[in-house]
Design a protein around this ligand. Structure first.
Ligand SMILES: C[S@@+](CC[C@H](N)C(=O)[O-])C[C@H]1O[C@@H](n2cnc3c(N)ncnc32)[C@H](O)[C@@H]1O
Length: 388
């Protein structure tokens, strides 16, 4: 491709330079390039060592170390006694955690919370993900068979039972409870992002497709007191949501419906449908079908709100493309999509005027809202859209 020739030649020259041991030696010795060389070496080392850093965090989370240090700073000997660990092992963990800014020196041999450790206190969503990741690491121990599509059943496939199921509506209650708990633990972070970027007050009835145990709808209920709420999820999940709505005194305003959103009738009467962390779980044909079915649940002019982490997010490339890309690969279904890819799918499913709302922490979720087009032509009715 001639248009890339110059760029390729230039970047090829840069790559050959960095790849040359002689150049790297000179760059590290020369005062003006030393800083860049050091930064590059550090970044590369962090990529090699990332798994070890993660295990340091896992050990802290498993011990509930941050909650203990939130009460008061403590010495390695005190902490070791408390956690049934020798002082030497405790000190090794504390020194590693200090290097990663999870804990800090507080004088007289005591350790207190570091800036990152302090952010872990009262943050059950992140702690739950850290512990959940033991499954992901087991699955990613040998990434090539996964990339080649030759791996057997993974731990994440066993955990997310609907992901490759022929009949997701039959996901058993214990499996539904396990993943719904994990989702609920991190949902408050996501709902805070969505509520800060979109007001539900102008709507009458919200249908949350794949709404889990209803944590998102309960947060919306507080922000928009006049709004009616409907949740649709697999039967075992919807049952838990109905109980949670009753416990929150929301029975009058909120209903939970069980079924398969790919095939079963959806509740009627919503003027807004939300899909929160749902579309990225599904391969393209299923994702398009869900969007098309959301379109049929809305009147013309109704609103679709889609919230999830997206690929190609500036400043969050590593989480969108590397983390979610590999997570969903291990789960065996879905992929992170760019805003542009989602907009094309929304158009095919019968939505117009997609708008990306600005969110405070795009690595957690980005939000697109779109309008249901009038049901004219084949793309207007979700059911008749081509899913090829
Ligand atoms: C990743 S979770 C997200 C849950 C919730 N929206 C949140 O953000 O916390 C995806 C949800 O979609 C539901 N789901 C998956 N496949 C489904 C299907 N075919 N029909 C109905 N719900 C489904 C799952 O049960 C799960 O609750």
């Amino acid at each position: 491709m001639p248009t890339f020739a110059w760029r390729d030649r230039l970047l090829g020259w840069r790559d050959r330079l960095i790849a040359s041991p002689r150049f790297r030696e000179l760059a590290a010795a020369f005062p003006l390039t030393r800083f860049v060389a050091r930064r590059r070496a550090g970044a590369l080392f962090d990529l090699c060592a990332g798994f070890v850093y993660t295990q340091v965090l896992l050990a802290c989370v498993q011990l509930r170390l941050f909650d203990v240090l939130a009460e008061r700073p403590a010495t390695a000997a005190d902490l070791g006694r408390r956690f049934g660990m020798g002082e030497e092992g405790m000190l090794r963990l504390l020194r590693a955690a200090k290097a990663l800014r999870l804990v800090e020196d507080r004088g007289a041999g005591r350790f207190g919370l570091g800036q990152l450790g302090a952010a872990m206190v009262d943050n059950p969503g992140i702690a739950a993900m850290v512990e959940h990741h033991t499954m992901l690491y087991a699955d990613l121990a040998d990434p090539l068979p996964l990339l080649r599509g030759e791996a057997g059943e993974t731990e994440l496939q066993r955990f997310w039972r609907y992901a490759r199921s022929d009949d997701p509506a039959r996901v058993p209650p214990d499996a539904a409870l396990a993943y719904s708990r994990l989702m609920a633990a991190s949902q408050s972070l996501v709902s805070a992002e969505i509520l800060a970027s979109y007001s539900f007050k102008k709507h009458r009835r919200l249908l949350d497709l794949g709404g889990g145990d209803g944590t998102f709808l309960r947060a919306v209920a507080k922000a928009a007191p006049g709004l009616e709420l409907r949740l649709f999820d697999l039967p075992a999940v919807a049952e838990g949501a109905a109980e949670a709505f009753a416990a929150a005194g929301l029975t009058e305003r909120a209903g939970a419906h069980g079924g398969n959103f790919l095939t079963d009738p959806l509740p009627e009467g919503a003027d807004i449908v939300s899909l929160v962390r749902v579309i990225h779980d599904h391969d393209d044909a299923a994702a398009l079908r869900i969007l098309a079915r959301a379109r049929t649940a809305l009147p013309a002019g109704g609103t679709l709100l889609l919230a999830e982490p997206m690929a190609g997010t500036t400043g969050a490339e590593a989480s969108g493309d590397a983390y979610f890309g590999f997570y969903l690969m291990a789960m065996g279904s879905g992929r992170p999509r760019t805003k542009a890819e989602l907009e094309v799918m929304l158009g095919r499913a019968g939505f117009v005027r997609p708008r990306l709302l600005s969110t405070r922490t795009p690595l957690l979720a980005r939000v697109i809202v779109a309008e249901a087009a009038p049901p004219q032509g084949s793309a207007g009715r979700g059911e008749s859209v081509s899913l090829a």
